[in-house]
Design a protein around this ligand. Structure first.
Ligand code: ZN
Length: 100
């Protein structure tokens, strides 16, 4: 949701901001964070996922095909969710700095 007016439409893609808010014209894409910040956010999640995979394998001993079936969507969802959270947090921080 738009951090300024609360209208929906912040996201143009799964993890990409829209150019502008359709409601209040707040520029969004301009504030899109890139590179290092996202990497820092994604890294701990990756570690957690690997640990979870090892733990699951240890306790349940699922067949290999189940791993192949289970992890791609889980990883994709976790990554998109993390990137969205990190981007939204960065956007809100930047907008607060600009408009005190
Ligand atoms: Zn808005």
């Amino acid at each position: 949701m738009c951090p300024r007016c609360g209208a929906k439409g912040l996201w143009a893609g799964p993890a990409q901001f829209a150019e502008k808010c359709g409601n209040c014209s707040q520029e969004l894409a301009r504030h899109e964070p890139s590179g290092r910040l996202l990497y820092l956010a994604v890294l701990p999640v990756t570690v957690l996922l690997i640990l979870a995979a090892l733990k699951l394998d240890e306790t349940l001993r699922p067949p290999l095909w189940l791993h192949a079936l289970l992890w791609p969507p889980v990883v994709a969802l976790a990554m998109i969710g993390t990137v969205r959270l990190a981007k939204a947090a960065a956007l809100i921080t930047r907008l607060r700095k600009e408009t005190p």
